[in-house]
Each structure stands twice: as structure tokens, then as C-alpha cells.
Design a protein around this ligand. Sequence first.
Ligand code: DGT
Ligand code: CA
Ligand code: CA
Length: 577
Amino acid sequence: MRADSGKVTQIFREMADLLAIKGENPFRVRAYEKAADVLEHLSGDLQDLHNEGKLEKIPGLGKGMCEKISTLLNTGRLPAYEELKKEIPAGVRELLLIPEVGPKTAKLLYEEAKVKSIEDLEKCVKSHKLQHLPGMGTKTEENILRGIRFYRTSRARILLGKALPLVEEVIGELKEKASSWIERISPAGSLRRGRETIGDIDILVSSSSSHPLMEAFTSLSCVREVLAKGETKSSILTHQGLQMDLRVVSPDSFGAALQYFTGSKAHNISLRERAIRRGLKINEYGVFTQDGEEIGGRDEEEVYACLDLPFIPPELREDRGEVDAAREGRLPQLIREEEIKGDLHLHTRASDGSASIEELMEKAQEKRYQYLAITEHSVSLKVGGGLSEEALLAEVKEIRQMNSHFEDFRVLTGTEVDIKKDGTLDYSDEVLRELDIVVAALHTGFKQDREIITTKVIKAMQNPFVRVLAHPTGRLLGERDPYAIDLDKVLEVAKEKDIWLEINAQPERLDLTDIWIREAKRRGVKMVIATDAHNIKGLDLISFGVITARRGWLESADVINTLSLKDLLKVLFKKRS
Ligand code: DGT
Ligand code: CA
Ligand code: CA
């Protein structure tokens, strides 16, 4: 029945967008968005709550919204929604998917230039037909075209951070509906390898009877459209427009199929070449001798063992030297999430977060962490609620008092200090000196030249109090390119000055990226995996940072926050003295 709350959420989001495009009262727009947020995080079943007359007890839902939900659940329709859809073509709402286009611009484009789709927009911009509209100069045209390019390249792929929870939900639902037909089940493809974005989701099941499974799969609550339904493979399109493939294989070949469909294609090719050299054949059914005798296929370990290789973790399967490393016994002991002992980049409601220090601490203790660092934004970052020097020092005092109450846990004082135009920092050294850990970050001037950006970052790294460089390239997947920074030089200075580079675990950042992480390791630079959490749940994002670190071949010794509290304090104060 989760389908209902998903459907309602989707309709409310759409209504919010349409009302915004119409230029309706922002409070009304916000009301729909808020209701959608509430429904998205609802713990109970919406239909049940409705049946029991308890909709109005859901915190955050007003009376009007409850009535709309009732209408939708009772009749499957909402007249206000249908009216809106008549007024504004679907393609106009699609314009909002372009990073440069907000509701006001969409309205303007639709009303003044009859732009009804992204294709229309592209044509009009290219033929300069919009220049008579207010605010539509050459610069805006360029920005819109760049936005369209971004949209087209990002639309096809979704963030790992979105795909992973969705797959967990789907696997849960399949187990609920068809558990007796599932012997083993696992995601495969890029998702299992932990790539930062996912093209389509591949799921593999071993079962002796596929029919009931395919029935369950094609009737999942996330299904918008069934693309194909067969005995061994079915494909669906989810409400978000994401394709999901389910393959059913026999238990004997589950390992071989999992290996094959996990990929990557390049990794598979290099395995196949190795098999051929040894007179073997490998495919999604198993590993075979020249006479066609099957020598393995039930488990992945077995498949690799047939080729005289140890198991290669999925995150390494990108044909970046992992097969050679496996052959020579040089595979890394990849870092595991359980080895993380604390989080070193966090915001509370003192800046732009929503949790208190106590709440973050409670969550950290649940995760068996030994420490946390509170790193609010600094003075200049007004949009981030940056702290004045006085406010920061007051927070430091508060934290020190808190710390006097516990022995085996420590809240570290810190800051995410802005690197200013000239490469100096946003707080004086006298203030920085008071902190346990200083994280430096760039938040402005993203369009500057490589030379200018690199110079100011490197200057900041020379400050004796700076320990960590946050999200070193500033990219936001699907929204903002990395700024032009010479990471090669940054690594050089990081090594020399013992500055740690952050692996920011926010799914849209994952910055550093896997390839640079591996390069940093090669050059002996240490890294920190941090969530940059702005709320309690944000601490759980650490898993995405760990997956990315694993893709960069990291072991626990490469990552500072696998150190125990005692050892961390030692390294923190060594540089000071
Ligand atoms: P994606 O979906 O673009 O994020 O990336 P993948 O890696 O999930 O690619 P996908 O979904 O096209 O295929 C899943 C896996 O199936 C892929 O990683 C390797 C395997 N595979 C697909 N096509 C081929 C092929 O032509 N040759 C080999 N050796 N493997 C293939
Ligand atoms: Ca895939
Ligand atoms: Ca696929």
C-alpha cells in the first residue's frame, strides 16, 4: 500500500511546481511541498491511517491537505490537480528540471514565448528569439544552454544515494511478496560496484520458479510502466523514470551470473581473456573447460578461484589493474564502514544545520563513534549561517563544558572556514588556534581561472592551523562542474604540509572522486571520510563516502578517522607543537 503515499507525494510535488509556475502565493506552494515532505517520511501506512480516520494526527499535515489526501484515496482523483494540469502543459513543468530555470522564468517563457518543452527552449535560445524578454541577455542564454546539457547528461543517470535506498526497498518488497520463491537475491551492475551515478538498476535472483517472482516484480509499488515481462528477465520503469531489470537464474549459476552482471564490462573482458589463456570459457552460466565441463558457477568466489584468483571486491572491478593485483596477491584490504571511528565535518543549527550538538552526539554514539567535530561555516558565508568570531568562541566554550562530562567520547571543536579571495582565511589565527580541527573550504569564485583558484587554495593550505581541505573540487553531480583546480599541485602541498583531503560523503558531492582518491593514496596523502551532515540522518551518509573510498582502493591506514580518539588527538596536536 506504499504505492498510495508515493502517488500522493508525487501529485503534491507536481502541484507545488505548477502553482509556482502560475505565480501563486508562495505559502500555498510551500504547503504542498511540505505535505509531500511529510508523506515521504511517513512511518505508518497512509491508507491505514486514512481508514482509521487518523490523517489529521500526522504531524505537519494541515486540515486542507488531509481533505485532499482523503479525496485522492477515496476517488483516485483530485479536481484541483486536474485543473492545474489542463492550464499548464507538462513540458512547462519539465523546464524546472533545467538548473538555470526557476518557476518565474518558466512562466515567462511559456506566456511570452510559447515555450512548452525543453526542446522548444533550446531552439528559441539558439536562434536568439528570447532576447527581447527581461533578463535574457547573452549570458543567460549561455547559462540556459549549459543547463540543458547538464540536464541531458544527468537525467540518464541517478545518484547512488537515490538508487541504493530504492533497491533496498524493492528487495524488501520482493521478499515480502514472493519470499518462498527467492533463494538468493542481490543487486548487480554499477550499483553493486558503488559507482557515483547509476544508469539502470540490475537485480539478480536465483529461484527454481520464475513466474511468481516476475508477477511480484512487475506489480511493485514503484512501477510506472512494465517495459518487458519474460521468464528470465523483466524490466520496469519506476515513477522517477529509472529502469530496473530483474533476472532470474538457476541456483547453480547464481555466482557466474552475479559476476557477469556486476561487470564492469571492461573487468569482464579482462577476466575472459585470462580464462581463454588458461583454456577455459567463462560466461553468465559458469566457467567451463574446453570439453564443456562446468567447473564453477554457484558462487562468485568459485568463479574467481577457477581462474586462480582471490575474490575481487565489486568496487574494484573497473579494469584499473585489479586483475593483475589479484594475481600478484596485491589486492588492498579495503576499508570497512565499521572501521570509521568518528565524523569530522558537521553542522548544527548554530549555522545552517537542523540538529543540536547533543542530538548529533546521541546519533554518533549509536554508531559507536568515539568522536565528532563540529565545523560550522565562517563569518563570510552568510547563506550558510556563518558564525561570527564571538559566536564561534561561545560554541567552543559550550563544547568544552560538555566534554568535561564524558571520558570515552569527545566533541572536537572546529570550523569549516572559508578560503577568501586572497587565500587568507575567514577567521584570524588567534581564533583558529583555539580549535581542535580546522577544515578549510572554498565556497565562492567557482568560475575563476585554474591559476587563481589553485593559488588561493594552496595559500590557505600553508596556514599552520589548517588540517583538512573540504570537498576539494566543489562539484555537485548533475548541477555544477568541479571548479578548475590543479589537484596535482594540491596533492603535492598536502603531502608536504600534512594536510588531509576530505572525501565528502554527500551523494551529490562524493568529492574527492575515486580516481583522485587512489592517486592521493599513491602519493602518501591521508584522507578523511566525512558526511558534512546538516541533520541527524546525515551521519548515515558515511556509507557513501566509504564506498567511494573503497573504489579508490583505500585501506583503513589511509583514512584518518579510523584512528581511535587517543591516536587522533595525538596526530592533531603533533602538528600544533
Ligand atoms: P550503468 O547501468 O550504466 O550504470 O552500468 P552497468 O555497469 O550497470 O551496465 P549495464 O546495466 O548495461 O550492464 C550490467 C552489467 O552486465 C555490466 O556491468 C556488465 C554486464 N554486461 C552487459 N553487457 C555486457 C557485454 O556486452 N559484455 C560483457 N562482458 N558484459 C556485459
Ligand atoms: Ca546497470
Ligand atoms: Ca541493465
